[in-house]
Design a protein around this ligand. Structure first.
Ligand code: CAA
Ligand code: NAD
Length: 302
């Protein structure tokens, strides 16, 4: 028993080099929390402009974290920020970024073909024993893993926005994910000071399976003329202790993301279709390009 416990824990410690694909809202946050803890992280995106945007996200978030951790010590704040950035490399070459990774975390656009294409490509380049993880909000891990020959070393690793602040990570175990891979990702999450929970590969895992129908029902409630969006937000904040009301939160998550989750589940047929029925207000906002905070306009202006 001892030797088994020893071998699994040493396996978990073998994660040292991490490559994160996607330097958007989520990718940048994941890069940041890993680099803060001393992991050697490579951040990959399609072009230098996206990487620069990602570094900007990290920089402004790190300033908040540094101020909190080292209140009145500006020198320590500076050292902490420099230490974190010294652990981050960037690359626009997908293959180069994967060559010596122990763990690859994918946080690119929520599109199954794009993700499968990337994983299929990386499977041929990354070390044979590297673990692959997807930060997908709504796509089946089993389907993504099919693009590779390493379904046993493939899992979901679902972080929450804003990554540096939200304590949860959902570790999603498909039927093929090995216990070793699951264990390594649980340990890795703890090393990032996150609290991991284990979940089966089902639509929305835990949080989104409950959160998305709630956000959609809030929009329907306003469509029915029950209350204004501002009053719904106030009600849920003051009456149910939510840090953000459902409209503020939908804008924060991104209305395109919310719509693509609902559309995907409806088309996939695994979720009660009434829970994810089409909503005109949401479709109209997305087709007008009003995607929430990131575009300056969603349900509310920013
Ligand atoms: N980086 C680092 N720290 C951050 C941060 C960031 N980007 N954003 C906020 N924070 C920290 C602040 O430093 C502050 O820390 P302390 O309280 O320890 O001092 C704390 O968060 C609160 O921040 P603010 O006072 O500036 O603002 P706030 O009180 O309005 O909180 C919030 C902001 C943390 C985002 C809060 O409103 C919240 O928790 N909202 C709900 C977020 C949520 O539900 N996220 C999940 C979305 S669903 C998802 O992500 C899954 C998916 O697949 C779609
Ligand atoms: P985003 O649009 O902010 O960032 C995506 C980034 O991926 C962009 O910078 C884009 O250039 C890059 N990209 C696209 N194709 C690429 C490729 N082949 N190689 C490298 N980079 C590529 O998106 P986001 O909000 O950070 O979401 C990323 C993932 O995380 C999605 O799967 C999403 O569902 C999931 N997620 C989002 C949230 C959220 O609240 N936004 C929360 C949890 C999980």
């Amino acid at each position: 028993l001892n030797s088994r416990a020893f071998s699994t824990s040493s396996f978990a410690q073998d994660i040292q080099k991490i490559t994160v694909y996607g330097s958007g809202l989520m990718g940048a946050g994941i890069v940041q929390v890993a680099a803060q803890k001393g992991y050697a992280v490579t951040m990959v995106d399609l072009d230098e402009g996206s990487l620069e945007r990602g570094k900007g996200i990290i920089s402004s978030s790190l300033k908040r974290v540094a101020k909190k951790q080292f209140k009145d010590d500006e020198q320590k704040q500076k050292e902490f920020i420099e230490f974190t950035f010294s652990n981050i490399k960037t690359n626009t070459d997908s293959g180069e970024g994967a060559k010596d990774a122990d763990l690859i975390i994918e946080a690119i656009v929520e599109n199954i073909e794009t993700k499968q294409k990337l994983f299929g490509f990386l499977d041929k380049i990354a070390p044979k024993d590297a673990i692959f993880a997807s930060n997908t909000s709504s796509l089946p891990i089993t389907e993504l893993a099919k693009a590779t020959d390493r379904a046993d070393r493939f899992a979901g690793l679902h972080f929450f926005n804003p990554v540096p602040q939200m304590k949860l990570v959902e570790v999603v175990k498909s039927e093929k994910t090995s216990d070793e891979t699951h264990h390594a990702l649980m340990e890795f999450s703890k090393k990032l000071d996150k609290t991991p929970v284990t979940c089966k590969d089902t639509p929305g895992f835990i949080v989104n399976r409950l959160l998305v129908p709630y956000l959609l029902e809030a929009i329907r409630l306003v469509e029915r003329g029950v209350a204004t969006s501002a009053d719904v937000d106030t009600a849920m904040k003051l009456g149910a202790g939510m840090p953000m009301g459902p409209f503020e939160l939908s804008d924060f998550v991104g209305l395109d993301t919310l719509k693509s989750i609902a559309d995907g589940w409806r088309e996939g047929g695994q979720v009660d279709p009434n829970l994810v029925a089409k909503i005109k207000t949401l479709d109209d906002l997305v087709s007008a390009g009003n995607l929430g905070r990131k575009t300056g306009q969603g349900f509310f202006p920013y």
